[in-house]
Design a protein around this ligand. Structure first.
Ligand SMILES: Nc1ncnc2c1ncn2[C@@H]1O[C@H](COP(=O)(O)OP(=O)(O)OP(=O)(O)O)[C@@H](O)[C@H]1O
Length: 252
């Protein structure tokens, strides 16, 4: 039986006003699927996530690239903001002055595994980059939505922490789409990779059918600036007779 489709695009062009950034994109996220979204800076990852977020509405938890935290406010209040729309204005105002016991307890339970225990009263402006990133993830988890959309949510943490955070995200969502630049992580942790290049979705394949060389093809400028002998492509070129890059497309 095919898994339920959580969100899909069918030959759509995405952009801003008259400016098309990604052309004719068709894709679908299935229940239980974790998708890594890769591509060079400026290729359109945030644009695609914004379109999916619009499509999903209240079903999507959202962790933006620049966190969108309020520096002078505490870790507790920043995470609480994930569910601001679920309370009345009066309750939210009261919570600014005196934390609601139930919300405090729920957020404390999130802060433990996020590595933020003991920091709930600290203002976000006094946190490190990695700690801020974990607060932003905490706020998205606190939303308690079906599907997690993240724009480089693990860019500022070490690889071990990144894995722990991704596992927390997996446990709490039916599907996820996460933009990132860590190619190894895309292959080891995710079920599927979507790759953008030249204004198109050029890669849509299960991660277990891909190699680092396939992902290198999404970063032509980076590969071009390296000495040939140091690239994965170069190493694979010498190992494969055809020496060509493979670019997969389509569900399998
Ligand atoms: N609000 C906007 N209005 C017009 N153009 C935009 C807007 N936001 C982004 N763009 C343009 O769209 C293109 C894709 O940007 P986008 O932020 O989606 O790329 P990205 O892959 O997420 O980049 P990065 O990895 O650097 O975050 C860029 O050329 C950018 O200048």
């Amino acid at each position: 039986m095919t898994a339920e489709v959580l969100v899909e695009l069918d030959q759509e062009s995405l952009g801003y006003g008259d400016q098309v950034i990604i052309r004719d994109v068709s894709l679908s996220l299935h229940a239980g699927e974790r998708v890594a979204l890769l591509g060079e800076s400026g290729v359109g990852k945030s644009t695609l996530l914004a379109a999916l977020r619009q499509r999903l509405g209240q079903q999507a938890a959202w962790c933006p690239q620049h966190h969108g935290l309020v520096g002078p406010l505490s870790v507790y209040l920043n995470i609480y903001m994930g569910r601001l729309d679920q309370h009345s204005a009066l309750v939210n105002l009261w919570n600014l002055a005196r934390p609601l016991p139930r919300a405090w307890q729920e957020i404390a339970e999130l802060c433990g595994p996020l590595g933020l225990e003991g920091m709930m009263k600290r203002s976000v402006s006094r946190l490190s980059g990695g700690q801020r990133q974990r607060v932003a993830i905490g706020r998205a988890l606190h939303q308690q939505r079906d599907i997690f959309l993240g724009d480089e949510p693990v860019a500022s943490v070490d690889p071990h922490q990144a894995l722990g955070l991704l596992e927390m995200i997996d446990q709490r969502h039916r599907g996820s789409i996460i933009a990132l630049h860590q190619r190894e992580l895309a292959l080891t942790h995710f079920d599927r990779v979507w790759g953008l290049a030249d204004g198109r979705l050029v890669l849509d394949a299960p991660s277990n059918r891909l190699s680092l060389a396939d992902l290198d093809a999404l970063y032509p400028s980076a590969v071009a600036s390296l000495p040939e002998s140091t690239t994965v492509q170069a190493q694979e070129k010498s190992a494969t007779p055809e020496g060509s890059l493979r670019c997969h497309r389509g569900r399998s």
